[in-house]
Ligand binder design. Structure first.
Ligand code: FEO
Length: 395
């Protein structure tokens, strides 16, 4: 892989993973990913900021050899998750005098997950610095984006902030910097939805804290580097705000066409009332697309048939995930169909405990939807329209 000099004596030495299709055996990666690692060569000492997934260790080593680096003194760990830390263990063997620089929580996590011995660590507190000679690193604690130990590292004189997963994208491309702003925005929003959204309230604080530091480049640990920090910072400010959009998201499954017929009728009814609708047939949906749609939408409508009286398991999985990533959804309801008995509404309420939306009366029919059922869907569309008007997101 190619290396890139971002600023004098600061190199991108990470690895691209064009082929990876899943993260955490869960998150689809339509554009692959990268594991960004940065070498900061000072006049006296050298630091490597974050490493790469273990599968790409040899690429990292080959990349380091392409730089003027003679010896690594410090291995900075902004985040202990294995896609950034797994190569630490082997690097500590290659550089026996090197120390891992992180915070106290990072040390704890790296000792637990990678069995790195305690005497290999230097633990830094929030705001503390490390001199490399003519370059200085500043460590900025930023817990819960998205693990408890996460932190940022600022190369003070060069004004580059290394933010690990924060501001990242699963986007593999040849160039080190953002080249396609629209594509990067989409990818960053998907990443935010999947990884960062549960911590929306904490991100408010982190963005405020970043205002105290001077930087003109954001170098995350996944995806391209931001040379215009305001673009990604402003995107995050929009996503974490309490503002919702005039949108209804309908994740659904249909076994015998009844639910599909309801979803199609309901989608049209909402559109006719001036609402943007995004239906997701969960049997073919990329769940990353669903997560991204949930970032802004005011209302969630779950469509499901009854399977042994409960929701379809694929729907249960999607609603579980939606609840886990904690979107700012204001309203929720359910439309569904059953054969002989169902407990769908109660089940939905039990599954949305982290979002706590206002629940609107569901429309549940028996068997194939009738004219009466369609009328109830019209009434439900009216209720959602009224709620969106109350919020001021629909004229
Ligand atoms: Fe890219 Fe949380 O690891």
């Amino acid at each position: 892989m190619a290396i890139h000099e971002l600023k004098p004596n600061i190199y991108y030495v990470g690895a691209k993973d064009y082929d990876r299709q899943l993260f955490d055996e869960l998150i689809p990666l339509p554009d692959g990913t990268t594991y960004n690692s940065y070498l900061v060569i000072g006049s006296k000492k050298t630091a490597l900021v974050d490493t790469v997934d273990g599968t790409k260790f040899y690429e990292l080593v080959a990349n380091i050899k392409k730089t003027p680096c003679k010896k690594i003194d410090y291995l900075v760990s902004n985040h202990a998750e294995q896609d950034h830390s797994e190569s630490l263990v082997k690097l500590l063997d290659i550089y026996p005098d090197a120390k891992v620089v992180t915070n106290a929580k990072g040390k704890e996590h790296l000792m637990v997950h990678l069995h790195i011995p305690e005497d290999r660590f230097i633990a830094k507190n929030d705001g503390e610095e490390l001199s490399l000679g003519d370059k200085t690193l500043v460590f900025i604690e930023a817990p819960w984006v998205h693990w408890p130990e996460t932190m940022f590292t600022l190369a003070k004189e060069d004004k580059i902030i290394f933010t690990c997963d924060f501001f990242g994208t699963h986007l593999s491309q040849s160039q080190p910097f953002v080249t396609d702003e629209a594509k990067t925005y989409e990818s960053a929003k998907r990443y935010y939805a999947e990884i960062m959204m549960p911590f929306r309230k904490l991100i408010v604080r982190h963005l405020k804290k970043l205002e105290n530091y001077d930087f003109d480049m954001i170098a995350p640990s996944h995806g391209p580097i931001h040379q215009k920090p305001d673009i990604i910072i402003n995107a995050y400010k929009d996503w974490i705000s309490d503002n919702v959009k005039n949108e209804v998201i309908i994740p659904y499954v249909s076994m015998h066409h009844s639910v599909k017929e309801m979803v199609e009728y309901f989608t049209t009814a909402l559109i006719e009332r001036g609402i943007v609708v995004k239906p997701f047939n969960l049997t073919v949906t990329d769940i990353g697309e669903l997560a991204m749609a949930l970032v802004d939408a005011a209302t969630l409508v779950v469509g499901t048939p009854a399977v042994l009286t409960g929701a379809h398991p694929t729907v249960v999985s999607a609603v579980y995930l939606a609840n886990a990533i904690r979107p700012k959804t204001k309203f929720a309801t359910i439309i569904g169909s059953y054969g002989w008995k169902c407990q769908l509404p109660d089940q939905l309420v039990d599954m949305l405990t982290r979002i706590r939306p206002e629940l609107i009366d569901p429309v549940i029919v028996r068997g194939k939807v009738t004219e009466e059922g369609l009328t109830k869907l019209d009434e439900l569309a009216n209720k959602i329209q009224a709620k969106h008007k109350e919020l001021g997101i629909l004229k």
